[in-house]
Design a protein around this ligand. Structure first.
Ligand SMILES: NC(=O)c1ccc[n+]([C@@H]2O[C@H](COP(=O)([O-])OP(=O)(O)OC[C@H]3O[C@@H](n4cnc5c(N)ncnc54)[C@H](O)[C@@H]3O)[C@@H](O)[C@H]2O)c1
Length: 420
């Protein structure tokens, strides 16, 4: 066990270990093939990795793999409400320096980030950009000469770094792991898609027959719309992107403006990365009993602060669910204070899908060390062969083989001259 840490209760480690074991059994690539390889070859020997991630049992398995590879791991939580305290305690027993507990304040959140940065990490792994942005603002020496390269796990973080790069402010090489195919075509779509079911489970509602409004039809939200429909709901999609909206139409969903349909919603889920999707102007239109949940990274998609200010009464009715009485007498139910409902009310993405995301993080960490000194500041696409390797390893773990191009097929596919 390490000395530098702060978690809610270290005696939860035993329970956490059980959770890590169960998750690890469903992560054959990260916790199996790659960990075994890392144990033998120690590709991360002497490397300090600073991570700001949702501290869950799956993340505990990533930490174990990085430690198996020889890294020292410093970890803080990427959301005040997503830390699983038992997993955090187990990670400390594994030797990670963890500064994370469920329900921290904004001040404590940044204190934890600074503990990680004070360790002078060589690689930063972020989820939402708060770690790396803080490093840019407060740790100029680390940015200038300490960091080899960084990684970002989620869409909102990648968007923040794209803006930073456009403004000329991104000073480190950064791999947007979120954008790798093995990540966003699975974790975002399947994990967040299924997340609406686990998020709302405690409300014991029947989806069938409900009108569910899904804001967005991107990676996460298209998965959410499909899952809601699969459970028998009437699903209405809102969008701002014409092509995403068309995809929703052609997939058989109703598409409309939020202003026009919000009064029909029994349930509203957002995952857009955008603020004020459910805004002050909508509150008076919400149906009695409407459930509001956000699965986007920050708590700005449902204007939570405005909703609290507008409310006549706020009453917690079960863990992480508040009943909000509106001035017109209607009662609505806000999940997880408008924060990532799948992580706050449930356990986040299933381990099977995090296996791929974290396999990428582990292999990109190895790639960063092996190619130290070769990167320039800015966003760098995750190499296709790493993405493909994770795909192949996951298939291998399932005992599935796929075809390979013959030499003739390769020539045909790479040649432009042959046509009709
Ligand atoms: N809850 C989780 O576990 C989890 C997992 C992965 C990603 N995320 C987060 O979910 C959010 C969405 O990620 P993504 O990968 O689906 O992004 P994406 O870019 O693929 O999709 C977002 C979609 O929302 C649409 N949109 C933007 N503003 C809108 C508005 N005002 N109204 C309606 N639609 C709007 C965009 O046009 C786009 O189609 C991000 O904040 C991301 O970080 C959460």
């Amino acid at each position: 066990m390490t000395e530098g840490y702060k978690v809610a209760d270290i005696t939860l480690a035993e329970k956490g270990r059980e959770g890590l074991y169960v998750a690890g059994r469903k992560m054959p690539v990260t916790a199996g093939i790659i960990r075994d390889e890392f144990e033998k070859t120690k590709p991360l020997k002497g490397i300090r990795i600073g991570a700001c991630l949702h501290v869950t049992k799956e993340t505990g398995n990533l930490a174990r793999t990085l430690i198996a590879g020889g890294a020292e791991v410093y970890m803080c939580g990427s959301n005040p409400l997503s830390t699983q305290d038992d997993a955090a305690a187990a990670m400390v027993e594994d030797g990670a320096h963890v500064y994370a507990w469920h329900g921290n304040t904004d001040e404590e959140f940044y204190w934890a980030i600074r503990q990680v940065l004070d360790a002078k990490p060589h690689i930063l792994i972020d989820d939402g950009a708060d770690l790396i942005v803080t490093a840019h603002k407060e740790y100029p020496e680390l940015i200038k000469s300490g960091i080899i390269a960084c990684q970002e796990e989620t869409t909102t973080g990648v968007k923040r770094f794209e803006s930073m790069e456009a403004a000329g402010d991104l000073l480190v090489p950064l791999f947007p792991v979120n954008d790798a195919r093995c990540k966003n075509e699975f974790d975002n779509e399947l994990g967040t898609g299924q997340g609406i079911v686990s998020a709302i489970y405690g409300m014991h509602i029947l989806f069938a027959g409900k009108t569910v409004v899904i804001a967005g039809y991107g990676h996460c939200s298209s998965g959410m719309a499909l899952r809601a429909r699969g459970l028998g709901a009437r699903v209405i999609v809102t969008e701002i992107d014409p092509i995403a909206a068309l995809k929703a139409v052609y997939s058989g969903f109703e598409v409309a403006k939020m202003d026009d349909i919000i009064d029909q919603a029994d349930v509203i889920f957002t995952a857009t990365g955008c603020n004020d999707v459910v805004a002050k102007k909508h509150f008076g239109k919400l149906k009695d009993g409407c459930i509001l949940g956000n699965l986007g990274h920050f708590d700005i998609e449902i204007a939570t602060k405005d909703l609290y200010a507008y409310a006549k009464d706020i009453k917690p009715i079960r863990k992480d669910v508040e009943e909000i009485t509106l001035p017109n007498g209607n009662k609505v139910y806000l999940l997880g204070q408008g924060r990532l409902a799948n992580l706050v009310l449930s356990e986040g993405h299933p381990a099977e899908v995090m296996d791929q995301s974290f396999a990428l993080q582990a292999l990109v960490s190895q790639y960063i060390v092996e190619n130290k000194g070769k990167f320039k500041a800015g966003l760098i696409k995750v190499p296709e062969d790493i993405d493909n390797k994770v795909g192949f390893l996951k298939l291998k773990s399932m005992g599935i083989e796929i075809d390979e191009w013959t030499e003739e097929q390769r020539k045909y596919n790479e040649d432009y001259s042959e046509g009709t």
